[in-house]
Design a protein around this ligand. Sequence first.
Ligand SMILES: O=P(O)(O)OC[C@H]1O[C@H](O[C@H]2O[C@H](CO)[C@@H](O)[C@H](O)[C@H]2O)[C@H](O)[C@@H](O)[C@@H]1O
Length: 357
Amino acid sequence: MDVKKGCPVVTEIPYTAELSAIVPRRKMVKSPVPSKVDDAIVNGWIEAMRCSSPPRKKKNGPDHSPSIDVDCEFRSWQAKCPSALTSFDKIMMHAEGRKIALFLDYDGTLSHIVDDPDKAVMTKKMRAAVKDVAKFFPTAIVSGRSRDKVFEFVKLTELYYAGSHGMDIMVPEIGSTNKKVDNLFQPASEFLPMMDEVFRFLIESTKGIEGCKVENNKFCVSVHYRNVDEKDWNLVVQYVNNVAKVYPKLRVTHGRKVLEIRPLIDWDKGKAVEFLLESLGLTNSETVLPIYIGDDRTDEDAFKVLKKRNCGYGILVSSVPKETDAVFSLKDPSEVMAFLRLLVRYKKRQSLNNEEN
Ligand SMILES: O=P(O)(O)OC[C@H]1O[C@H](O[C@H]2O[C@H](CO)[C@@H](O)[C@H](O)[C@H]2O)[C@H](O)[C@@H](O)[C@@H]1O
């Protein structure tokens, strides 16, 4: 199929010589006519993609007056999901006598969202803030990216890392010799060859779609449409849907202008948080207060876990109102950095007070 010539419907996954080596042909050939079910799925996804891409907030209305509606809407949302900065003292009251455990998402939380996923670097100031906070509180990065890739961005060895939406967790453990040994937990390890196949396949099949980027996140393949013209979104969706049909053991989730294909297992960022709390001996809600900061739909799984366990706080990073299971909010990564600095200041003050008493 020649995407450039504008063929509107993708009905068959291109079957190249290279792909024939990794996927049996009978698996790849699809019916030339998409079924009604396919149409419904594709339309549903495109609708969801449009809804999750609201038009950017305009500073002024059409008559050059400030866009009061947008600000009002945000403020009334903040009444339900208050700023973690203005509610800092309240959060710390709950932290009294408890150890804070910190969970941080990466993209959109520690780094700003940018067009090119490879360029989503963290500022030096943010790295310093995370480094400081990790001196006082056990801190983990929980990301949709592969563990290696997110480590390349963060570059802090003192943190715990959960990559691939929590499907790849490294927890340093003190071994019997008192030496630190790395303990790897990969609940979807048997999916690795399949994910590799899917990655190679999607790279090949979407290469005619301008702006489309396929990222290998080890236990998850991310198909970015941020830079794809909206009229071509249906092509992206159809390729991803075809993959989901060929591989029923995989599922598709939506992120920020990204469709992600991952193993259909009962595991997500929420489960990863529970796993980390257990591994680090931090399950007692009387003595531990977990705080999870994230911006994405996938972070909602972690917010839900904290809510259900009634043991900590989810903080959603968003500058627009969103439905969320988080209790507090922060507008953007710069507010996240301010919150981390407040945590450090609070801890330092607390230590000083303890010394004086
Ligand atoms: O769980 P996260 O650490 O938030 O990772 C989620 C996905 O983040 C990245 O994509 C998002 O950020 C990109 C860079 O700002 C942006 O270009 C893209 O549109 C966003 O979806 C990352 O590239 C994905 O692999 C992660 O799954």
